[in-house]
Design a protein around this ligand. Structure first.
Ligand SMILES: C[S@@+](CC[C@H](N)C(=O)[O-])C[C@H]1O[C@@H](n2cnc3c(N)ncnc32)[C@H](O)[C@@H]1O
Length: 371
């Protein structure tokens, strides 16, 4: 039997905001394989899992993004199932599961003999603009090789250095989270992709990581996923909230290298839950599905935020979801407000949204419900 009261008391202690968990880069290096807009902090996931679940439980994250909850579950000896429709997010989840070990990965990279036979004439201009032609040829050859040899970790690392502002990144100087063409356009220099990969792989293996992973990842629409009734011990997730983030546009370059061309990206954009007007309807369907697969008396924990549609129209998404999920049959256990430090700028403007008023308090809202 889970002790709901104790779990809620413990969540309210906000352990993730204390030392050493408060540190920006707390957590296993595998969390840093690649960037993702809207990713939750590993320490936050760590504490929610630690408090609300037990060893060997099955935890479901139906909107798992790059697998922060999944990796923390694994490190804490919980089994996990993650679902995300984004091919890029899925690739990074697979990378976090693939634990070949540093020596093996470096040996594989050392044995690569690039052929430079891949043609880049058909690569879209938007992609070409970021790279020296020789670097681009190398990236595409490596990408295809990793796919052929099922080197998930290496492919994840490649996507992780595909663009950014540091010397370790393969593109010209651009954003690490979101790619854009800077003005004036920086000089494009050749970067040796295999050498950069060796550096990246070595960085990711700075911490110890267990070889065996208990993560199951599904690259699907959550509404189509096959989840057994009454099989999940706890649901922990940070779902999208309304149209706050465009997960396709923000990840357009990494999605392209994951094999999703710009036409397919338009389709993906329509399929993801990120439309202001259909959001509540879609999340209702998700709620019904989650209710069925969750075990009786088990918890659903959602981390949600507020949406500022205009100056005087702020929507507390957690309260909206709470009402919808009460109708489905869930019981409310708590809605905990976790104040976000002012220096954390996670919100990306999207489709005519207003920028956040800096003076306004910002919160992560932790909604706890049970079946
Ligand atoms: C807030 S992000 C999750 C971030 C994640 N917690 C992390 O740390 O990486 C929400 C995710 O929901 C995914 N998503 C949106 N609609 C979906 C759907 N219908 N089926 C599956 N995934 C979906 C998006 O691709 C996005 O990765």
């Amino acid at each position: 039997m889970i002790n709901e009261k104790k779990i809620i008391q413990e969540i309210k202690k906000f352990y993730w905001k204390k030392e050493p968990y408060i540190k920006q880069n707390w957590g296993n290096w595998f969390h840093s394989i690649s960037a993702y807009v809207g990713r939750i902090k590993p320490a936050f996931a760590h504490w929610l899992i630690k408090i609300a679940t037990k060893k060997n439980d099955v935890v479901l994250d139906p909107f798992c993004g790059v697998g922060t909850v999944l990796l923390e579950c694994d490190l804490l000896d919980r089994n996990s199932i993650g679902i995300d429709l984004s091919d890029y997010a899925y690739r990074i989840c697979l990378a976090k599961k693939d634990r070949g070990g540093l020596a093996k990965e470096i040996k594989y990279l050392n044995n690569i003999k690039l052929k430079y036979t891949k043609k880049i004439s058909s690569v879209p201009e938007f992609v070409k603009e970021f790279y020296h032609p020789k670097t681009l040829k190398e990236i595409i050859e490596l990408r295809d090789l990793f796919l052929k040899d099922k080197k998930d970790f290496l492919l994840g690392c490649l996507l992780g250095i595909i663009h950014g502002h540091r010397n370790q990144h393969l593109s010209m100087r651009t954003g690490y989270i979101i790619p854009y063409i800077p003005k004036p356009k920086p000089k494009i220099v050749y970067k040796n992709a295999v050498e950069k990969m060796k550096d990246k792989v070595t960085r990711m293996y700075k911490d110890e990581i267990k070889v065996k992973s208990k993560i199951k990842v599904l690259n699907q629409n959550v509404l189509e996923a096959n989840l057994k009734d009454n099989s999940i011990d706890t649901i922990i997730s940070s779902p999208p909230y309304y149209n706050t983030i465009d997960y396709v546009h923000a990840n357009r370059l990494r999605l392209w290298f994951s094999g999703v061309d710009f036409d397919q990206q338009k389709k993906l954009s329509r399929e993801l839950i990120q439309d202001r007007y259909t959001y509540e309807e879609e999340m209702t369907k998700v709620g019904r599905k989650l209710y069925k697969c969750l075990k009786k008396k088990s918890l659903l924990i959602f981390i949600l935020g507020d949406v500022h549609f205009s100056k005087n129209n702020t929507v507390n998404t957690a309260s909206v979801i709470e009402k919808i999920y009460l109708d489905i049959g869930f019981k409310k256990k708590a809605l905990i407000n976790d104040e976000i430090p002012a220096n954390r700028t996670t919100i990306v403007k999207f489709k005519g949204q207003k920028a956040l008023d800096k003076k306004k308090q910002k919160f992560d809202r932790i909604l706890v419900m049970s079946k």
